[in-house]
Design a protein around this ligand. Structure first.
Ligand code: AR6
Length: 175
């Protein structure tokens, strides 16, 4: 069973084996947590992303999938880049959102990472309602089969930290 934790803070400063980036399909940077990770981690991360684009991912990374790079100057050893879905009221994209978490954990397993930190994927620029983003995140991680021992959700606001703590206390995992 994965142990789940919540902290309020900046994921770029979090000392997990791997931190997860809520990237976009281009893998070439953006705003939000993606911008913060590239700023704090330095140019090595972008160089790794460009190499991936030039080799295994010529068309970019599809939503719901994940891939790892080094972590440059960050305290983590790896950055796992994933792409959440853009929120749409007219279509249930929650399986893709949960897949962003489970694929990230599968990549963590391939790396041998035992501690992983996640931001709240899709809950910023991609517009996912925060309470449901929290529900999908916790459900996906609880249901994942993984050798990762310890997952920390790093909340960038008190509101998200409270939502996450409430969701963890509720203990349910129904989707
Ligand atoms: N540490 C932890 N969480 C953070 C940090 C940080 N330093 N900075 C922001 N957040 P977003 P998305 C939170 O927009 O919705 C980018 O341009 C933020 O408050 O970063 O998946 C990419 O390139 C929110 O709760 O990601 C894509 O184009 C959560 O992280 C697009 O945004 C996710 O917000 C992805 O959008």
């Amino acid at each position: 069973m994965v142990e789940l934790h919540v902290v309020r803070g900046d994921i770029t400063r979090f000392p997990a084996d791997a931190i997860v980036n809520a990237a976009n399909s281009s893998l070439l940077g953006g705003g939000g947590v993606d911008g913060a990770i590239h700023r704090a981690g330095g140019p090595e991360i972008l160089a790794d992303c460009r190499r991936l684009r030039a080799s295994t991912l010529p068309h970019g990374l599809p939503a719901g999938d994940a891939v790892a790079t080094g972590a440059g100057d960050l305290p983590a050893r790896w950055v796992i880049h994933t792409v959440g879905p853009v929120y749409l009221e007219t279509e249930d994209r929650s399986p893709v959102l949960r897949s962003a978490y489970t694929r990230s954990l599968a990549v963590a397993d391939e790396l041998g990472a035992r501690t992983v930190a996640f931001p709240l994927i899709s809950a910023g620029v991609y517009g996912w309602p925060r309470a449901d983003a929290v529900h999908q995140a916790v459900t996906a991680v609880r249901q994942a089969r993984t050798a990762v021992q310890d997952v920390t959700f790093v909340a960038f606001s008190d509101e998200v930290a409270d939502l996450l703590r409430d969701e963890l206390r509720s203990g349910g995992s129904a989707v």
